[in-house]
Design a protein around this ligand. Sequence first.
Ligand SMILES: Cc1cc2nc3c(=O)[nH]c(=O)nc-3n(C[C@H](O)[C@H](O)[C@H](O)COP(=O)(O)OP(=O)(O)OC[C@H]3O[C@@H](n4cnc5c(N)ncnc54)[C@H](O)[C@@H]3O)c2cc1C
Length: 379
Amino acid sequence: MDFSLSEEEVMFQKTVKDFCERVVGPYVEPAEEAEQFPKELYKRLGQQGYIAMTYPEDVGGVGASKIMECIFVEELTRVSAGIAAGFLVQQSLATYPLLALGNDTQKKQYLVPALRGELVGAFALSEPGAGSDAAGIKSTARRDGGDYVINGAKTFITNGTICDYALVVAYTDPSKRGEGMAFFIVDRDNPGFKGVKKLRKMGQHSADTAEITFEDCRVPASALLGPETGGFSMVTKNLRGGRVIYGARSCGVARAAYEAALEYAKHREAFGQPIAKFQLIRSKLARMAMEIDVARTYTYKVAWMLDQGIECMKEASMVKLFGSEMAQRVTWEAVQIHGGYGYMKEYPVERYFRDARLLTIPEGTSEIHLSIIAKGIGI
Ligand SMILES: Cc1cc2nc3c(=O)[nH]c(=O)nc-3n(C[C@H](O)[C@H](O)[C@H](O)COP(=O)(O)OP(=O)(O)OC[C@H]3O[C@@H](n4cnc5c(N)ncnc54)[C@H](O)[C@@H]3O)c2cc1C
């Protein structure tokens, strides 16, 4: 058993930490303030190969391991959880189905430019009436001659206002719950891609989130991605990878909060000494360091299982659940250690606290992951 990162992984970690601080860092405050994802950043991330890194060479990637992806995502999230959220949709949900189900033309037209950051994608599954229960969506795609006509409403869609295309999930056969769903590639300039409304959120302000209505949205049959039925479930079986990445996201935001709290505790004085000297503050910081380390070690273990092709449905849910809840505890304590300043906008910990709150909700809420784990242990 070897728990150390390879030389190449250590080098990569240094390079991406520098990239995220130097290149992404300056975008963060303006993007948070404007509540707008800096769209041009996709090109920078694409040029560096970070969007494509885990994809095969024939579509522009280098087939990087899940561990490498975790390393990158932790550094990016440490700098901005909101920017990381947009990046991760672009790098997985809005592109992976194209790799898994797309034909050569679709890959050339959408996947390759998206992985270069030249096209921005969105993944439109959730609806006002259906989130955890994905099979409960109401959107339909009706065949009409050589076209499909899509109707329905989608909500909470990351990249929704800035995307160039969306992968829209709709029922082609509503009589087959779950199995009757398909993906469609819908261009943003399609006249049926309507009612795009930006949503305002508690945190992760630099991620773009929107509600979208599809009203008699006519697309050619060539916009169907994969089979007319069953395509959606073929892709979702592979979503374990995204859950493991939540471990890295959680470590990123928690580490940012921990580092800020540690620095603050060393310099803030009370009762004639730095607050880091108080046993109660020391034990908070010790616990934060421990929690992050445990979450990262487990994240890497399950990333390794994925890389080895070992079945890890239950473990991926454990990473998502443990990591996202760890980030709540760590960011909570970081605010506490800052006292009143922790509640002020001038200090970044209030943002980390708000940003972390989201992590227990998308890609399976904590309750859904508890159910998967319970099933995994045979109950
Ligand atoms: C900022 C943000 C970005 C998002 N980005 C995207 C995106 O890009 N594309 C996209 O398609 N979706 C996106 N989502 C949607 C996200 O995936 C859903 O919010 C999530 O799946 C939960 O669904 P819901 O909000 O409808 O909650 P619900 O499913 O209604 O859940 C409400 C509560 O009921 C609980 N619950 C539900 N079912 C069960 C059960 N069986 N057992 C126990 N408890 C249960 C839940 O755990 C939760 O506590 C995003 C959401 C947010 C907030």
